[in-house]
Design a binder for this molecule. Structure first.
Ligand code: HEM
Length: 453
């Protein structure tokens, strides 16, 4: 790994590439772009990206420093705000310092183990119901099917279901929310009709109207969906979220939970389809449980947990974390001036041979207790980020992903050609542009080892 020890006034600007070059290169193949940037310029450098010059941090040391943020130089709001700000305005990830601390402390109450038990109890039947609509066969487009499933789960677990709206309105809400997520890497960054940014502006307005109409009733309802819980939370000083806070947090949480979980399940399905021995190993564990295991049982699916970790390593759903410096600072001896947009590119460290033997190989056992390759550096594996903004929903995400996989394994067997590589599009969070076709077959229970009689 190249190191830089002497502080200097600024870092080398990657001038050789055309202005939109890195943005296009990122959308198509971020890992190659990051590797090339790291090889040429080291862990701290600069790059023109989506209309601005960004400081780029690569490798666990540089990324870990910005995420732990010891001198409070890296603000989240002004970084993420540039990418998705107007649409996820005042979501938890876009708050900073004291205010962030206060909101996070309160929001944590919605993610306690007891709350998670409650959400998980609802997940089982909801996943079952969603999967009833799947029509297995060759070339089954698994990504759009998973996206629909996770949107339905969000509607039920996060918002409390169909008592809120009719199907047509929920469809409009879902579309509004998708439009907001897609704005991140739009080139036009103004609400021009017909552009990503324009659609997201309309989407945000629809979401605010919809959630604002329901927040009062949710607070009164005593319900145990996330929307109701957030609207009622009160800390020991008696403070609680305002209606606007609840609306802003809900919009952000829907976004934070949705594409991330969908791409994780889709990546796991790809690798299990290409590694039947792992698929059978996971299936055996799932067959030993009932269809709707509780939180502890889901967390006990150890092979699936290894597969999930390895899938998050190979395809991290959030490959880049955005920050902006609020004062001058230094990372690995390199000076970064105040006001600098900063891309914390955690994706690369998941693939660096310095930390992971044979990094492109799917090898879930690298996370097994006797190997724990992720322990080689405390920031080597960072799909959920690190520091004060570390994903608040990571245990929820684990339960949701495991529950979906558990039921898929009990219902279906699937294959993916060994030479298939998912064409991932990184316009916003990564998604397979071909829908990720798989050969999906119903499971014949009688031929499955460990199947219940
Ligand atoms: C596999 C799925 C997921 C991945 C990979 C993921 C990843 C991340 C990452 C990398 C961050 C840190 C962003 C930063 O530092 O700026 C983050 C923040 C966050 N995530 Fe997740 N996430 C996932 C699922 C979820 C789910 C299901 C929820 C909610 C139920 C959630 C809620 C949040 C929240 C509230 C934050 C902001 C935390 C803060 O700023 O204090 N995430 N997530």
């Amino acid at each position: 790994m190249s190191t830089q020890t002497a502080a200097r006034p600024s870092t080398p600007l990657r001038r050789a590439v055309p202005y939109v070059g890195p943005t296009l290169a990122y959308v198509n193949d971020p890992l190659t772009l990051m590797r090339d940037q790291y090889d040429r310029f080291g862990p701290v450098s600069e790059m023109p990206f989506i209309g601005r010059t960004w400081t780029v941090l690569l490798g666990p040391e540089a990324c870990g420093t910005a995420l732990r943020n010891p001198d409070k130089a890296f603000g989240s709001e002004l970084g993420w705000g540039y990418l998705v700000g107007p649409f996820f305005h005042r979501g938890l990830m876009l708050l900073d310092f004291e205010e962030h601390h206060r909101h996070r402390r309160l929001m944590q109450e919605a993610f306690t183990r007891d709350r998670l038990r409650g959400y998980t109890a609802k997940l089982g039947p909801a996943v079952d119901q969603g999967l009833d609509a799947w029509k297995p066969g060759p070339g089954f487009q698994v990504y759009p099917a998973l996206k629909e499933l996770t949107l339905d789960l969000a509607t039920q677990i996060f918002m409390g279901g169909a008592d809120l709206a009719d199907t047509a309105e929920l469809d409009r809400v879902n579309q509004a929310f998708i439009d907001c997520v897609q704005a991140a890497t739009g080139y036009v960054r103004a609400p021009v009709p017909g552009t990503r940014w324009g659609r997201a502006t309309k989407g945000r307005k629809l979401l605010v109207d919809f959630l604002s109409r329901h927040v009062e009733a949710k607070r009164e309802s005593g319900g145990d969906d996330l929307f109701s819980v957030l609207s009622r939370l009160t800390d020991e000083d008696g403070s609680s979220f305002t209606d606007d806070d609840v609306v802003n947090h809900m919009i952000f949480l829907l976004m934070a939970a949705h594409d991330t979980s969908t791409i994780t399940v889709s990546t796991m399905m790809r690798f299990l389809g290409q590694h039947p021995e792992w698929q059978e190993r996971c299936r055996e564990e799932s067959m030993a449980l009932g269809p709707h295991p509780d939180l502890d049982a889901v967390n006990g699916l150890t092979s699936l947990d290894l597969v999930m970790k390895e899938s998050l390593r190979l395809v991290p759903p959030v490959p880049v974390i955005a920050r902006r410096t609020v004062k001058d600072t230094e990372v690995m001896g390199v000076h970064i001036p105040a006001g600098r947009l900063t891309a914390v590119m955690v994706h690369l460290q998941h693939h660096m041979p310095e930390y992971w033997p044979d990094p492109e190989r799917f090898d879930p056992e690298r996370f097994a207790p006797d190997r724990r390759e992720d322990k080689v550096h405390r920031d080597a594996w960072e799909p959920f980020g690190g520091g004060v903004h570390k994903c608040l929903g990571l245990h929820f995400a684990g339960a949701e992903v495991q529950m979906i996989m558990h039921q898929l394994l009990r219902r279906f067997r699937w294959t993916v050609p060994a030479d298939y590589t998912t064409p991932l599009n990184y316009h916003s969070l990564p998604f397979p542009s071909d829908g990720q076709p798989i050969d999906l077959q119903p499971l014949t229970m009688s031929t499955t080892p460990g199947a219940p009689a």
